[in-house]
Design a protein around this ligand. Structure first.
Ligand code: SF4
Length: 445
């Protein structure tokens, strides 16, 4: 395939190309009309309006101050336009130096970087980071440091072995009834601990994303009636233009056995102005669930409140998946603040992930003991809805394994002995059970 014949769905080659990229006609095979097998049928599309209407998105005082300092030529309307945010992402060393007082370590790591997982930070998200403190949590997650080039034992570029379960390019089919549809390699920001760092942000690299790839993936799903659940991820699917996303969702919804569609995205945190009313209409029309990747309470801004309100008001179920990261959010008080803020936004904390052993991630990974201890400090000490499931996504494709503090103390005959969140001991009558046998006995009241 060549760039002339295929629309690349990964990082646009230039900032200028984004609008052109998003306005390319999107034609596809009509796989689902009876008798339509064979040659492609073109679907008539209405003509595009000559001008694009930019929706207003509220700007907080903090955003306004940052915009006036670092982007004085930009209007509030520019700032609230998600396309402007993507075109003006902070990507180069010089751009970073304009906003941040970089440490020597950061500067050297940025200069050394090439290939996938480039630096890319929306101006909005940069406004949440410390200009001076290289240890500030959000900054640590998006500006590279030298540790990123250290490969620790057990790390791998594809630790979850997704490539081994890739049935056609861009489609991972590991579990019988669900698939992972990698729709794009483009993100509005690039997280330094990304599980898919091998494939994001590099146009024309080993991994490419194109409409012909989408066709093969859709055809695969159509041919596998056992697939009832499609998770659309990438890259970040919400960086696709509305009509692109609408087309993809329409195609997937037309497959009779696909009953559950969900999208994984960090966009509501890093590019909240992307949650336009027209995007919300697309998501609502296709009855999509949304898994949002929140990381830290610093993301709990008025802008993310607006974005989540728009989604929740439209009835779109919202969950959050948070990666446990050393010196970023590996603290029960920090996570409790985050999870409380998510409930206020009507986002259910869903998973807390142990960080995957991706190459160069050792400076982000905590011990599993730390994760268990944090869970112990959450369960019972806050609203149950604010307590996610702590999981390890097992290396080599083992799937998600939940981890819990152990509340079983032992067994005393027909009684199961338990401890609660506060350390109290309790008996539960369980005459037919064996759980707890072989541990302590007789010490509960
Ligand atoms: S937004 Fe998601 S896919 Fe993109 S870099 Fe971050 S973790 Fe990776």
């Amino acid at each position: 395939m060549t760039a002339d014949t295929e629309a690349e769905l990964s990082e646009p080659p230039s900032l200028h190309a984004l609008d052109a990229f998003n306005s390319q006609p999107f034609e596809h095979l009509d796989l689902f009309t009876p008798g339509a097998a064979g040659p492609a049928k073109r679907r008539a599309r209405p003509p595009r309006p000559a001008t694009r209407t930019v929706e207003r998105f509220p700007e907080s005082a903090a955003s306004r101050a940052f915009r006036r300092k670092h982007f004085p030529e930009a209007s509030a309307a520019d700032w609230g336009d998600w396309r402007w945010q993507i075109r003006n992402r902070i990507r180069t060393l010089a751009q970073l130096e304009d906003v941040f007082a970089l440490s020597d370590d950061e500067r050297a790591a940025i200069s050394r970087h090439h290939g996938s997982l480039p630096v890319g930070i929306t101006p909005y998200y940069a406004s949440l980071m410390s200009a001076d403190d290289s240890q500030e949590p959000l900054r640590r997650t998006h500006i590279p440091v030298g540790d990123e080039y250290v490969r620790a034992p057990g790390e791998a570029d594809d630790p979850l072995h997704e490539d081994d379960d890739t049935q056609v390019p861009g489609l991972v089919h590991r579990y019988p009834d669900r698939v992972l549809f990698l729709a794009t390699g483009f993100c509005s920001t690039y997280c330094r601990y990304c599980t898919r760092s091998r494939m994001v942000g590099e146009p024309g690299g080993e991994y490419s994303f194109s409409k012909s790839q989408w066709e093969r993936a859709i055809a695969y799903i159509a041919d596998h009636p056992e697939v009832r659940d499609v998770l659309i991820s990438g890259g970040d699917p919400l960086t696709l233009a509305d009509d692109r996303l609408d087309d993809l969702l329409t195609r997937l919804r037309a497959i009779p056995h696909v009953e559950f569609l969900r999208i994984g995205s960090k966009v509501p945190c890093v590019l909240p102005m992307r949650i336009t009313r027209s995007l919300v209409r697309v998501l609502r029309r296709h009855r999509v669930w949304l898994s949002i990747h929140f990381t830290h309470p610093a993301e709990l801004t008025p802008e993310t409140m607006t974005a989540c309100d728009r989604l929740a008001d439209a009835g779109i179920p919202l969950g959050s998946q948070t990666v446990l990261l050393k010196d970023v959010n590996d603290d029960a008080a920090v996570l409790k603040e985050l999870f409380h803020g998510l409930l206020v936004r009507r986002v259910r904390p869903y998973y807390l992930y142990q960080c995957d052993p991706i190459t160069g991630s050792s400076h982000f990974r905590t011990s599993v003991d730390r994760g268990i201890e944090i869970m112990r400090q959450l369960r019972g000490f806050t609203t149950g809805y604010a307590v996610p499931t702590y999981v390890i996504d097992a290396p080599e494709g083992g799937g998600k394994i939940p981890l819990l503090p152990d509340y079983v103390v032992g067994r005393d005959g027909g009684d199961l002995l338990l401890t609660n969140y506060a350390g109290g001991l309790f008996r539960y009558p369980d005459p037919e059970g064996t759980l707890g046998a072989g541990r302590r006995t007789g010490e509960a009241p």
